[in-house]
Write a protein that binds this ligand. Structure first.
Ligand code: ADP
Length: 239
């Protein structure tokens, strides 16, 4: 994270008018794709993210199988048109890292032991990116997995907090991510009281870290409530 000369807080407000503890607008839906076992679409500020789940299905080649549980694989991909400058298609270091952290976060809650020798593939397609895509992707992937009917011990939620112009704020958007001092994405399993992702890009003092960490968890809890509401709504039978 490079600090440059750009004011991110003007008259006590952020560039997009948000308060320090305010989330961007979030919309979510599930069951949006017909040929997956489960799917979700999340708009989080200017981020637009689709997630689809395939499986559990018999895993080939056989040597990849685990006789004790399903093998969960997540693939995070940013479309070439998802950012201002065309992004080179295909995987890069960043997408490999984010794929790994999403797989690990979901692996904490999916009851993989129920489906030995199978594979479960989670595909996350970032159609438009504006910072915070790993958190939004975890939220979308978790919703898609729940939508697939996969038994889960909990849902995973996520949100970032960070530091801009010396202030701790919730849910950084792109300019804040680019020109701020620190970004701290956190993913949680509230029912199990587990942190399933914690990364930090930048520097914070111990006190600032505590404040940002609490703020991120508070944001993730608000997103968790939205996820639950979305799933409950999707299961309502129309009369
Ligand atoms: P996150 O999206 O989880 O915040 P990063 O901090 O790595 O992950 O990225 C911040 C933002 O930078 C992304 O959401 C995206 O808007 C932008 N970005 C990431 N990779 C690229 C890229 N290759 N080209 C242009 N912008 C990018």
């Amino acid at each position: 994270m490079v600090k440059q000369d750009m004011k991110l807080i003007v008259d006590g407000k952020r560039l997009d008018g948000r308060r320090f503890d305010e989330l961007r607008e979030i919309k979510m839906s599930v069951g949006v794709l017909n040929r997956t076992n489960g799917s979700a679409y999340v708009e989080w500020g200017k981020n637009k993210i689709l997630a689809g789940v395939h499986g559990p299905r018999e895993l080939h080649p056989k040597y990849l199988r685990d006789p004790t549980k399903a093998v969960l694989t997540c693939t995070y991909n940013m479309a070439p048109f998802s950012v201002d400058e065309r992004k080179k298609p295909g995987p890069d270091r960043r997408s490999v890292e984010i794929s790994k952290v999403i797989s690990e976060a979901l692996g904490h809650v999916a009851v993989l032991e129920k489906y030995p020798n199978t594979g479960i593939d989670v595909f996350v397609e970032v159609l438009q990116a504006d910072a915070g895509t790993r958190c939004a992707s975890i939220v979308a992937a978790s919703l898609a997995m729940a939508n697939s009917g996969m038994p889960m011990r909990d849902m995973i939620s996520a949100c970032a907090a960070g530091k801009i112009d010396g202030e701790i704020v919730l849910d950084l958007m792109k300019e804040e991510d680019n020109f701020g001092e620190c970004d701290l994405p956190v993913a949680i399993s509230p029912r199990r009281k587990e942190i399933v992702l914690l990364q930090m890009d930048g520097k914070l003092t111990r006190e600032e870290f505590k404040k940002a960490y609490r703020l991120a968890i508070d944001g993730a809890m608000r997103v968790y409530d939205m996820q639950k509401k979305t799933l409950i709504e999707s299961m309502k039978i129309e009369e």
